[in-house]
Design a protein around this ligand. Sequence first.
Ligand code: PLP
Length: 402
Amino acid sequence: KLDFHPSGRHFLQIPGPSPVPDRILRAMSLPTIDHRGPEFGALGLELLAKVKKVFKTEHPVIIYPASGTGAWEAALANTMSPGDQVLMFETGHFATLWQKMALRLSLVPEFIGLPGYEGWRQGVQADMIQERLNNDPEHAIKAVCVVHNETSTGVTSDIAAVRRAIDATGHPALLIVDTISGLASADYRHDEWGVDVTVSGSQKGLMLPPGISFNALSPKAIEVSQHAKLPRSFWAWDEILEANQRGYWPYTPSTNLLYGLNEALDMLLDEGIDHVLARHQRWAAGVRTAVEAWGLEVQCQDPALYSPVLTGVVMPEGVDADEIRKIIYERFDLSLGMGLGKAKGKMFRIGHLGDCNDLTLIATLGGCEAGMKLAGVNLQGSGVTAALDYFANNPLSTGTSE
Ligand code: PLP
């Protein structure tokens, strides 16, 4: 319960769902149409073509009426057979959940990673993947599954390096990547990085509500799916690919979310994806400037892997991050992400993905700073002032969106 009657907009600064722009909300409010009629077919063809540009792929992108978890399952169910070994890397909570899913699907996941909570402060170690594949001369491992932007930590792994590691071994395993929280806020290149299946979702960088999710495919993934034996029906690519050729789906799609997706794609493509990504890099740098001025640590310990999507702020020993989040929510109507799994209570997460601007982030940092002070956290200086200076002195050089 809030201390006051909330007015103005709630600050939704969790790392997804992210705030939905009014333009998208308006697009989604249009009347639902016949999903087998000509108007819908034209919309389907248009958005299936446009969505490829966000994934940076020439190949098909499947859209499911499901949250990201559904698209995780789809990626495995379409490419794997019961008992198949999959190599997964423990970057954080979401990598851990995906590994549990693999077990439930009767796969045999091997979960490698750096030890303990500290391991959650680093990214995927491509050399460990390379070493493991080198020790698999029989090619028992059928897929390497990694999370690109680990939403529980704010570490963005180097997917091109994972591809190079796989190629260096000559191993035929598929590369399956979760960029549920990375897409359209962090640099992502499905084709260039040689990813076989990319999994993503709507409620993060795409600025949509939760409810649709994606599998971007490679020709090799499509070929493998023709022989893979895990049971699948709702998730089966073949029928969807067939219907998609005419802009339709084999079952009722999320019509109004697709209106929203079409609008979101127009917004992203009109601005230019690379400009959108530059905005997010800049916001992340401003937020990290604030964390540094507070005298606190960012969860990610590898500067090359700082996430442009979210920043994990580690609390000093003995401070319960969830207590701080509670104060910030109750006093300032601001939602922050909680520490998950091994990071529970140790840190909170500031989302700077999707539809933000400099001042929403300054207000967010203001809520964090005030909340930490109220809780008695010893701050070295003002993160808000530091971030304001950062934003003022570092305009986005490429464009007009500020
Ligand atoms: N993977 C990552 C990296 C995520 O951030 C999330 C959700 O936050 C998921 C998977 C699960 O997606 P969903 O909650 O949409 O099912």
